[in-house]
Design a protein around this ligand. Structure first.
Ligand code: NAD
Length: 363
């Protein structure tokens, strides 16, 4: 039984802890297909709100709401800092993608996306694949991440990995005085699609790489392919390493891990790496650990899908992704000059870009 105090915390939508002046929140319900989804549109000053649709089971509907609020906000800042003319949005479909995802449910979801008239553009996220986006595309043009055979930009993970690699090199330049990673010890947590592609770049450059993954088969596969070291288990933070690259889940930078972390640089693909942005950003700063903000360096994926809207080619995608090196360096320097955390510095620059455009738009 939930206590009245707890209830107070939960029983407002606009009062949720992840609510940050979101422009619009759409609750989608369809009895026939069982669709229960929430579309969160955080900000559309720079352009239409683009962000993936995630399908998963949640403990309760509040958790789903907070997820979509948090993720859509992150998309706003990711696009803003990357210089894309996009706003931030995201959608969650509540349910098990293995057993509850049907073409009818996806079509009904697409109807809701279409009803927003392009204010929200969807894409793939956890629990979705290009085939699902193709179904959405049959109903609405407001979708990216469709299969290559239908004009999509293809798998974003190698591009994301390249952006992370660029961000990591910039952070190394800032921290160690050189962006050369040859001989540096990099610990990659999670060797899924992005993690593996990152390992390839690192091995090619001659870095010393250690990997971890909860999937033992994956761990062996990647170890044998790239001849890298492996670490089994979760207690790796006090291992010797120069760079920690979180490429699995979020919130691994937290009260427990920061004090033990031997790395001097954190640069990885996972979203929301800091369990608490302000507190843990500050703790890293105090310890002299350079944190390359996640939403900045993992933007390769969104650059890739943006190409579907702007119709630019592979070369332009790579050029924009490579530019993550320059942006990361600028942000680390901006943070140092203004005595702020790197996360706050990145947010600051993204917010300034949005504010400038807001003023221009209202002239
Ligand atoms: P993925 O699912 O392909 O890979 C994740 C890997 O992490 C899996 O191999 C999984 O077994 C492993 N893992 C899960 N929990 C772990 C743990 N506690 N310790 C070690 N390993 C663990 O996902 P991905 O597409 O490679 O994405 C990796 C991260 O980057 C995710 O957080 C994702 O949200 C983020 N991201 C991905 C993209 C993209 O283009 N794919 C873009 C931006 C951000």
């Amino acid at each position: 039984m939930i206590s009245p105090k707890e209830l107070q915390k939960y029983n407002t939508v606009f009062g949720q802890h992840s609510f940050d002046n979101h422009e619009q929140i759409v609750f989608c319900n369809d009895k026939d297909t069982g669709l229960k989804a929430i579309i969160g549109i955080h900000n559309t000053v720079l352009g239409p709100a683009l962000g993936g649709t995630r399908m998963m089971q949640y403990e309760n509907e509040w958790e789903a709401l907070n997820d979509v609020l948090r993720l859509s906000r992150a998309m706003t800042y990711k696009s803003a800092i990357t210089g894309l003319n996009l706003g931030g949005g995201k959608a969650v479909i509540i349910g098990d993608p293995e057993t509850q995802k049907t073409p009818e449910l996806m079509k009904r979801f697409a109807d809701y996306v279409h009803s927003l008239n392009g204010k929200y553009i969807t894409a793939e996220d956890v629990g979705m694949c290009p085939d699902d986006m193709d179904i959405v595309r049959d109903v609405t043009p407001y979708v990216t991440g469709i299969s290559e055979s239908r004009g999509g930009a293809g798998n974003p993970s190698p591009i994301t990995a390249y952006g992370v690699y660029m961000g990591m090199k910039a952070a190394a330049r800032y921290q160690f005085g050189s962006d050369v990673l040859e001989g540096r010890h990099v610990f990659v947590q999670g060797v899924g699609s992005v993690g593996e592609a990152l390992v390839e770049h690192l091995v090619d450059e001659g870095a010393k790489v250690t990997i971890s993954d909860i999937n033992a088969d994956r761990l062996i596969e990647v170890r044998d392919k790239y001849h890298v070291g492996v670490f089994k288990g979760d207690e790796f933070f006090d291992q010797d390493m120069d760079i920690y690259a979180p490429c699995a889940l979020g919130a691994t930078i937290n009260d427990k891990s920061i004090g033990r972390l031997k790395a001097k640089v954190i640069a990885g693909a996972a979203n929301n790496q800091l369990a608490e942005e302000v507190k843990h950003g500050e703790m890293l700063k105090q310890r002299g650990i350079v944190y390359a903000p996640d939403f900045l360096i993992n933007a390769g994926g969104i650059i890739n899908v943006y190409a579907e809207l702007e119709d630019y080619d592979r070369q332009e995608i790579m050029r924009k992704t490579e530019n993550i090196f320059n942006t990361t360096l600028e942000i680390l320097e901006h943070a140092h000059e203004n005595d702020m955390t790197t996360h706050a510095a990145a947010l600051n620059i993204a917010q300034t870009r949005i504010e400038t455009r807001r003023r221009e738009n209202s002239k």
